[in-house]
Design a binder for this molecule. Structure first.
Ligand SMILES: [Zn+2]
Ligand SMILES: [Zn+2]
Length: 214
């Protein structure tokens, strides 16, 4: 509702009649190669595993993101998720579809919400994103995961996050190849736990990705 009542201005440059103008959408920071072949982190040389993900168990095949999680993208994500400006979710989906090739997969799914979060917000941002991306890529979108713990990652260190989320999900993909969609890739702990629960080939696609510098 709020979305319809507020005067629309681009949240980056203030241009009227849109929450994210075409120019600012194209200007969102790209993650340019070379990237880690596995987790998608920007690297100096092409690598199979980078410093960030080497030596860690990673249940997904590959992770890719449409934009870097810098200050402007952080503001966009906050307006979308916390203020409930859903048309920013549609814009985020568009950025994914414009920038990332569709992975070879059978079905799209999403990271399920924290208990209570969906009620707080009235919508689930990751599901909104997954449904829009699936529609653009001509794939079905199904809810394949359920959360059994690991709520509230905010304020935890990287190690604490990993431990907190490790057994957070149960799921079943029926052996199909899955694209797991989420809004932001931070440590990869959530994506790993979700992919492990699905016990199949999982490619992770997120709108934004935190990097060591962002
Ligand atoms: Zn703009
Ligand atoms: Zn990596």
């Amino acid at each position: 509702m709020l979305d319809l009542l507020l005067p629309r201005r681009c949240i980056v440059c203030g241009a009227p009649r849109t929450l994210l103008c075409g120019g600012c959408r194209n200007g969102l920071p790209r993650l340019t190669p070379p990237l880690c072949a596995r987790c998608g982190a920007p690297t100096v040389w092409p690598v199979v595993r980078c410093r960030e993900c080497a030596g860690r168990r990673i249940a997904f095949t590959r992770a890719r993101s449409a934009t870097e999680y810098d200050a402007s993208v952080r503001r966009l994500v906050r307006s979308w998720k916390e203020r409930g400006l859903r048309s920013l979710g549609a814009a985020a989906a568009l950025v994914i579809v414009e920038r990332l090739p569709p992975p070879d997969a059978d079905v799209v799914t999403f990271v399920p919400p924290d208990r209570g979060r969906r009620l707080e917000r009235g919508f689930h941002p990751a599901e909104q994103l997954a449904r829009a991306v699936a529609a653009a890529w001509g794939l079905p979108c199904e809810s394949l995961l359920a959360r059994i713990g690991g709520s509230r990652q905010r304020g935890l260190s990287r190690t604490e996050r990993r431990r907190n989320v490790a057994h957070a999900f149960i799921g079943d993909a029926g052996g199909r190849r899955v694209i797991l969609v989420d809004d932001v890739y931070t440590t990869g702990a959530t994506a790993h736990a979700a992919a492990r629960a699905l016990r199949t080939e999982v490619e992770v696609v997120t709108f934004a990705r935190a990097t060591r510098t962002s």
